[in-house]
Design a protein around this ligand. Structure first.
Ligand code: C2E
Ligand code: CA
Ligand code: CA
Length: 691
């Protein structure tokens, strides 16, 4: 689909409506939330949706009445409606179908079912668009198209057929194909023709036809048999094209398929063709494409001093090294001379381009030994990067941008890469600096853990702490994890870093207890990548043993993302931890759309409501309703609920009123260093086993 599917979500219940909208947006769709049928009908004036999700029972105007009115209006009568029935009985389901709904979703909403039904529906809509597209092609192509029935009687012809043959549709429809035959082909020819059609369902070749004015002319014809569901031929479709035009494009095709003979890489023409394809595809997906042009820095010297043979040999080896830096579906091409090009279709992040470009530069840094020579050769490259759509939406503009960037790279003193857009150069420079200092931060002991208290709401006592990592950068001061965790995850540094955090938190607990402070639970955050390491649970148990803390004081915080991927493996690991009395908390709940009943299958004891929902409570009615619902559900499943990011008294009161168990936030304290936290423990009553 070229544009994002657009949904009306009509439901009077704020929580359901909000969750539905967020869910659909997560799937990449556009939504408009509406509270009743009347609102939906007036919203139709501003633009028609692709699908309507319609609650059956609503005040003011219910789903059935709304659907009836939609069906009476020509503009909305074909819009598919999914009815949401709170009443999961056969009658209301029947009633929904009778009213013209294409499908129904029972409440409470089963998210996986909704996703499947929506996708199924959109597939239908897409198929219809394809048919429309096919009919546009049919009407507008320059090739003549004729459709006959199984007996060769003409059923339909396109406008180009009329132009080529001189016959109007009404003159040929219902007549036999013999009408246009030239009489030039003998029986042996027709025998072959039918044999091929019967056996392979297709015939292709040169065919002489006769125009209305009697002129006989050669055409390139493709005839395909169309089969019905029973395998019997129902129609034949013939496509005629001008032979001379085809001859030309045939030559063109051969040219295009030609790879560069030296390096065996796609040549400039094929490269441009692929780029054009990638651009078209990216527009359909609303995505990006990355193009790089790479020019070798000292190639001329090689050619001049060692001769062309050695130069050619070097180009081949450069091509091989470069292609090792790329993965499917990227294209590496030779643009000519010592210039190479790279296409990365389905491209999203400029950092990926920076990483690939540095990998390519790195791969050329090793010397190239030259056959039969004492010397080794060093060669560098300058890379220019252009990104679609920002730096150009067509082949020519985009290549021009990449080229300009490449010259910029040469000016910068060679052996570097440059983006066309300068802000990206600055950003990628900052990132590379951060990446290299992040790599050494662990050894240089630049990380520390801060601790943020977690309070029991009913007693006001301290129950635990969350350990949050900070990077004390020698130049930039304290950097918060939001800025470096994603980079650490991408580079894999998160694994040793996470292990460090786990060990440090455990050591700290031991220190506090040696200092005579009462024990509290300390929660450590885990990245999904860390959790997926095969030896993850071993590492946890090893650290606990090493530091000698009690299992029950170390809580592990995991996000919903771990529930995706290998579920077996996840179960196995979580159970191993839970069976050993290590408390598990589900972090950032509400942002990942896993349903609580699904999560309940995993041995979590605590659920943390994400700060983004708490932030606007209780002023924002939808967020407040959502928080209330989450607390209610979690309580009923026996989970301890902790709300994050509580900053104000009103939020605290709201959460207390709705039976939230624990809270964490600036209201009590920001995350603070271990020393300060020791004072916090001293100055606050602590929840004890006997409480
Ligand atoms: P998170 O797990 O959701 O942690 C809560 C974040 O909310 C912390 O940000 C905390 O400082 C902040 N916060 C707590 N109360 C309030 C409040 O009342 N108001 C506001 N505005 N913010 C509040 P922080 O420390 O910047 O951490 C950000 C994220 O970094 C964490 O989000 C967590 O996902 C990740 N993270 C932190 N430490 C680690 C770690 O050791 N390992 C891993 N893998 N991730 C970590
Ligand atoms: Ca957390
Ligand atoms: Ca959180």
């Amino acid at each position: 689909m070229t544009k994002k599917p657009f949904f009306f979500v009509v439901d009077d219940d704020a929580v359901t409506r909000l969750m539905l909208c967020r869910f659909l947006e997560q799937l990449g769709y556009v939504t408009l939330g509406l509270t009743n049928g009347q609102e939906a009908l007036s919203a139709l004036e501003n633009g028609l949706p692709d699908v309507v999700l319609l609650d059956a029972s609503m005040p003011i105007m219910d789903g059935f009445e709304t659907l009836a009115i939609m069906q009476s209006r020509p503009d909305s009568k074909n819009i598919p409606v999914l009815m949401i029935t709170g009443l999961n009985d056969d009658d209301s389901v029947d009633e929904a179908y009778a009213a013209g709904a294409v499908d129904f979703i029972p409440k409470p909403i089963h998210w996986a079912m909704l996703r499947n039904r929506v996708r199924y529906l959109l597939k239908d809509i897409e198929a219809e668009r394809q048919i429309n597209l096919a009919s546009i092609v049919y009407d507008n192509t320059s090739e003549g198209i004729v459709v006959t029935n199984a007996k060769g009687i003409i059923q339909s012809v396109n406008p180009a057929f009329s132009i080529i043959t001189g016959y109007f549709p009404e003159e040929v429809i219902g007549k036999s194909m013999n009408l246009v035959s030239s009489g030039r082909h003998n029986r042996a020819f027709y025998k072959k023709f039918w044999e091929s059609l019967m056996v392979s369902g297709r015939w292709q070749g040169e065919f002489w036809n006769r125009r209305k004015d009697g002129a006989v002319f050669p055409q390139w014809v493709t005839v395909s048999a169309v089969k019905g569901a029973d395998g019997q031929c129902t129609n034949y479709v013939g496509v005629f094209s001008d032979l001379s035009a085809l001859k030309e494009s045939e030559a063109n095709l051969l040219y295009l398929s030609g790879h560069d003979t030296l390096t065996d890489l796609p040549n400039r023409h094929l490269f441009q063709e692929r780029l054009a394809l990638a651009l078209t595809e990216s527009k359909e997906r609303d995505g990006g494409v990355c193009v790089m042009l790479l020019d070798l820095d000292r190639f001329k010297v090689v050619n001049e001093t060692l001769g062309h043979d050695k130069g050619d040999d070097l180009l081949v080896r450069v091509g091989r090294r470069l292609s090792k830096c790329l993965t499917q579906p990227s294209t590496l091409g030779r643009m000519g001379g010592d210039e190479f090009g790279v296409i990365i279709p389905r491209f999203n992040h400029s950092q990926d381009a920076a990483r690939i470009a540095s990998a390519m530069l790195e791969s050329l840094k090793k010397p190239f030994p030259i056959d039969g020579e004492e010397v080794e050769f060093f060669i560098g490259a300058s890379i220019g990067i252009g990104l679609a759509p920002s730096d150009g939406e067509d082949v020519k503009t985009l290549l021009k941008s990449a080229d300009a960037a490449m010259y910029h790279a040469k000016e910068q003193g060679r052996n570097n890469f440059q983006f066309y857009r300068n802000d990206l150069n600055t950003a990628s420079m900052a990132r590379m600096l951060m990446e290299s200092s992040l790599r050494s931060a662990l050894e240089k002991e630049e990380f520390v853990l801060y601790y943020q208290p977690q309070m029991d709401l009913s007693s006001g006592k301290l129950v635990g702490a969350e350990a949050l990592i900070r990077w004390i950068h020698p130049m930039q001061g304290t950097i918060s994890p939001g800025e470096f965790i994603p980079l650490a995850e991408e580079t894999g540094l998160i694994v040793p870093m996470g292990e460090w955090a786990l060990r440090t938190a455990c050591k700290q607990m031991k220190k506090w207890s040696k200092a005579g402070l009462p024990s509290i639970r300390v929660a450590v955050n885990l990245s999904g990548i860390q959790f997926k390491q095969p030896d993850f649970t071993d590492v946890v148990f090893k650290i606990i043993k090493e530091t000698g803390i009690e299992h029950r004081w170390l809580e592990l915080e995991l996000t919903e993302s771990i529930a995706m991927g290998d579920v077996e493996e996840t179960f196995h690991k979580l159970n191993a931890l839970a069976e050993n009395n290590i408390p598990l908390a589900i972090d950032d709940f509400g942002t990942g759309f896993s349903s609580l009943s699904y999560l309940k299958r995993f041995p979590f004891g605590t659920l943390k409501i994400d700060r983004s929902f708490v932030r606007n409570c209780p002023q924002d009615a939808e967020d407040a309703a959502l928080v209330r619902t989450i607390i209610g559900l979690a309580n009923s499943l026996g989970l301890t609920v902790i709300a994050e990011g509580v900053e104000e008294e009103v939020q605290l009161e709201f959460l207390r009123k709705h039976n939230c168990n624990e809270i964490q936030g600036y209201f009590y304290s920001r995350p603070i260093p271990a020393k300060e936290f020791a004072n916090f423990i001293k100055n606050n009553p602590v929840m004890m086993d006997e409480d």
